[in-house]
Design a protein around this ligand. Sequence first.
Ligand SMILES: NC(=O)c1ccc[n+]([C@@H]2O[C@H](COP(=O)([O-])OP(=O)(O)OC[C@H]3O[C@@H](n4cnc5c(N)ncnc54)[C@H](O)[C@@H]3O)[C@@H](O)[C@H]2O)c1
Length: 292
Amino acid sequence: MSGAARRRSASSPGPSPHEPAPPELPADRADRADRADSPYDLNGRVAVVTGAARGQGAAHARILAAAGASVVLTDVQEADGAELAAAIGTATRRTDAALFVRQDVSRAADWDRVVATATERYGRLDVLVNNAALWHTAPVGEESEEWFRTLLDVNLLGPFLGVRAVLPAMREAGGGSVVNISSTAGLAGIPGHAAYGATKFGLRGMTRSAALDVAADGVRVNTVHPGMIDTPMIAGVTGGGERARERAYPNVPMRRIGTPEDVARMVLFLASDASSYVTGAEFAVDGGLAAR
Ligand SMILES: NC(=O)c1ccc[n+]([C@@H]2O[C@H](COP(=O)([O-])OP(=O)(O)OC[C@H]3O[C@@H](n4cnc5c(N)ncnc54)[C@H](O)[C@@H]3O)[C@@H](O)[C@H]2O)c1
């Protein structure tokens, strides 16, 4: 029995045994009908996900599209991003479910182009996932001014430009949700993370203030703080793939590395009406790291 049928049977006696059985829906339509009364349903919503060509951003784009959203994927990596957008169209059986736009998040002009493409192609904009970022570590005495400025541009200026750019369209849609991907390095100090941590703490501060500025417009702004997640960003340190997943991480209370999907499910919650009264809040997805 589908979830919707279960909910229906809980509140009504259902068809009598003398009535003809309702026709079976094809699998994809049955699935959509099931989602329609779920607070996670994103049918008719439009989302932008930055840094969506790989890693966590790719998982966010996939889960939002699977929940019914139309998704604009952006990244500086064109080939992988375009390939994923096409794959999402195939997987969701909606050829227009996703499109790719090349974007450097640190450039305001690129944000104008992304918002214009989303609203022209899909008619509205409801969700922004500020996911794109660079990771660079060095002891503070050895960190370069150039890297510090580069991380500020991509990891902090980028999400700020994004929030500013999407606001008019979200206000016009009657509200929206911005999900800013910070890090556990935005919750506590980590050796070697003076520059990266400054951007991720900064993103947390920007989120709280922005949430207050736009709460009355129905626009919610929250941060997600991933712990160690198995993506190309940190594969050089963890070994990546199976090796990363199976290796014991004695400092992670849940004793495993996180997957992009672990984080994507939190992003879906924050993007959807399931989190309708949640704003200016911070969510660690880290296997318990931040609880220590
Ligand atoms: N992997 C982890 O362990 C981890 C931990 C905590 C937080 N995070 C955060 O999660 C988010 C996703 O990271 P990931 O692990 O998937 O990393 P990743 O390196 O696999 O993916 C990041 C994506 O961002 C893109 N990108 C980089 N600079 C860009 C720019 N200027 N404009 C547009 N796109 C750009 C990259 O091309 C890449 O596709 C980031 O914000 C990262 O800081 C990651």
